[in-house]
Write a protein that binds this ligand. Structure first.
Ligand code: ZN
Length: 271
């Protein structure tokens, strides 16, 4: 499933193809993904110039000079393909630019979404209205975590996955950040000391930046040789590494399953 670093590298890969260019055509090869496409999507986007690309949590943002922003979510299996040789069954949306570049949004499980939102009203877009700060933003730090987690009795891992507390963090990077910070996933959030919360906020940024950098270094302009954006191999610290050595202390990494979700952690050094 695409996590924040995959979405970030997707946006970076789309930028040179789209920024400054007009959308020559947009072909919707079905009427929906997780929900129906906006009925006026083609009309509002055709001929529009892309002025900026960005990301909010796990949503990609494609801003146009008509005051609209195309907001995409990759769901479970979505990815963009750059200049695909052929359009396949799971390429549900195809965009052609004014200079003949072609982008296909491929999503075989169709949990993704595509919405068109007035740029000035992006803050009111339902998924964004209740979101916490960006983990890589300046306002996400130990002081913020100290305020947000104060008196909360839930486990710290559950609260880091809560989009209202911090936007766009998923299971992989929460497991890895907790390992880097030396904090046990089940630790009561409101009882973690301020210095450890400083370390936790820094650890979240470190694991995300390392993953984004891995995407940049293993791919050319974030594009795989087959034209796919956003997926790359990354060296996780603990996620998916049950039984292997903890990078901090060398003890065996443990895996625990709570309500269907795996937690990877080190019992020796995470407290
Ligand atoms: Zn350890």
């Amino acid at each position: 499933m695409p996590e924040l670093p995959e979405v970030e590298t997707t946006v970076r890969g789309l930028t040179p193809v789209l920024k400054g260019h007009r959308i020559g055509s947009i072909e919707l090869r079905r009427g929906d993904l997780r929900r129906p496409f906006p009925p006026d999507l083609r009309q509002r986007l055709t001929g529009a110039r892309v002025t900026a690309l960005g990301r909010r949590a796990k949503y990609g943002l494609i801003e146009t000079d008509r005051g609209d922003t195309l907001v995409f979510h990759l769901g479970m299996s979505g990815h963009w393909r750059v200049d695909p040789e052929e359009i396949g069954k799971h390429d549900h949306v195809v965009i052609r630019t004014d200079v003949g570049r072609r982008l296909a949004l491929n999503d075989h499980r169709r949990f993704g979404s595509l919405d068109l939102v007035r740029t000035e009203a992006l803050g009111d877009y339902a998924p964004f209205a209740v979101m916490g700060p960006e983990p890589l933003g300046e306002d996400f730090d130990g002081a913020y975590l100290h305020r947000a987690l104060a008196s909360r009795s839930a486990p710290v891992k559950a609260l880091l996955l809560d989009q209202r507390i911090v936007a766009g963090l998923g299971n992989i990077y929460v497991c890895d950040a907790l390992n880097l910070a030396g904090i046990a996933p089940g630790r009561t959030a409101g009882r973690i000391s301020r210095p450890r919360l400083d370390r936790l906020a820094e650890s979240v940024k470190t694991v995300l930046r390392a993953a984004i950098a891995a995407g940049g270094s293993s791919l050319r302009d974030y594009v795989q040789p087959n034209g796919e954006l956003g997926y790359f191999s990354s060296d996780w610290r603990v996620y998916g590494r049950e039984g292997k050595a903890c990078p901090a202390c060398g003890a065996a990494i443990r895996r625990r399953v709570d309500s269907g979700r795996s937690t990877f952690h080190c019992q020796a050094c995470q407290r």
